[in-house]
Design a protein around this ligand. Structure first.
Ligand code: ATR
Length: 273
């Protein structure tokens, strides 16, 4: 078996070992996938030891994604833009390569699993931290008509909009605080970590119309705080980030193994667990 793992701190709650073992079984790939908790000051050592022992690939989660990006000797174009890495492997010369599959995972969940078109649409993205930076490139590549980044700290939203101006192409890319443009958006993506503190971004209800799709990058057994708020404002389509989680894992699996697993049965399975 080839050895893979996810590294984070904490890590015990991670669904990645379960997801990858379902992928391995489904595709017949000889993959063993574990979870490693790295000390907060010991991420680089953990990575080095893993590959020295013959490990083939790592996923990286909170709080090490930016450190993984810095540690890598090479980065894929999408990782370069994301400023963070969730996938590591070695190239044939043994150099550490960083990739980021979060953004394509989100876009695949939206466009393939949920049948939400992005091209020509108006998108509101909440948050301007690492999670949002990680997905902006793939979202913009779908050529929405408009993408507004709204964040508590306006300066961070503005900085992200500047950073991604070159990726925007024909998309109107804007930044604001939580006093957003009024008209309903086609799609609202919550990429803030507000709900970790049981908080809600103080948004005006009029960003939500009858046809607005709401996507919370968080997932939980119950409807997320943000999605509960959206439903109370009249949203009819709300989704959490479980599909994104499975899709980013599938893309990492494909990068490592050259085989793309079927995600729908895995998403379905996780919903029941
Ligand atoms: P992550 O990796 O989850 O993106 P991060 O880089 O620390 O973590 O970013 C957290 C994001 O959630 C930021 O956009 C943050 O807003 P600020 O830039 O103003 O800090 C947002 N956030 C965190 N707590 C929030 C809250 N209680 N209300 C609204 N936004 C919040």
């Amino acid at each position: 078996h080839d050895l893979y793992a996810v590294v984070g701190h904490p890590i015990s709650h991670s669904k990645s070992p379960r997801i990858h073992s379902l992928f391995a079984r489904q595709t017949g790939q000889a993959v063993e996938y574990t979870a490693i908790q790295a000390p907060l000051d010991g991420f680089a050592d953990t990575v080095r030891q893993f590959f020295a022992r013959g490990g083939k690939g790592l996923n990286v989660t909170v709080p090490f994604k930016e450190e993984a990006w810095r540690l890598a000797e090479r980065r894929t174009a999408r990782a370069e833009l994301a400023g963070a890495a969730n996938t590591l492997f070695q190239d044939p010369d043994g150099a550490l390569v960083a990739d980021n599959t979060d953004g394509v995972g989100l876009v695949r969940d939206l466009t393939v699993n949920l049948d939400v078109a992005l091209g020509g649409r108006r998108l509101l993205v909440l948050g301007a931290g690492g999670a949002v930076r990680g997905v902006l490139g793939p979202l913009l590549a779908e050529r929405p008509m408009e993408l507004v980044i709204a964040n508590r700290t306006l300066a961070k939203a503005e900085a992200l909009a500047r950073l991604f101006a070159r990726e925007a192409d024909s998309t109107r890319l804007g930044a604001c605080g939580f006093e957003t443009p009024a008209a309903p958006f086609d799609l609202i993506i919550n990429g803030t970590s507000a709900s970790l503190q049981g908080d809600l971004p103080p948004l005006s209800a009029n960003v939500i119309g009858a046809d607005t799709v709401v996507y919370d990058m968080m997932y939980s057994l119950q409807t997320t705080t943000f999605n509960q708020w959206a439903l109370a404002q009249g949203a009819t389509r709300v989704h959490d980030g479980l599909g994104m989680l499975v899709e980013q894992a599938a893309e990492s699996f494909r990068v490592w193994r050259g085989v793309r697993p079927e995600t729908a049965p895995v998403i379905e399975q996780l919903r029941t667990e």
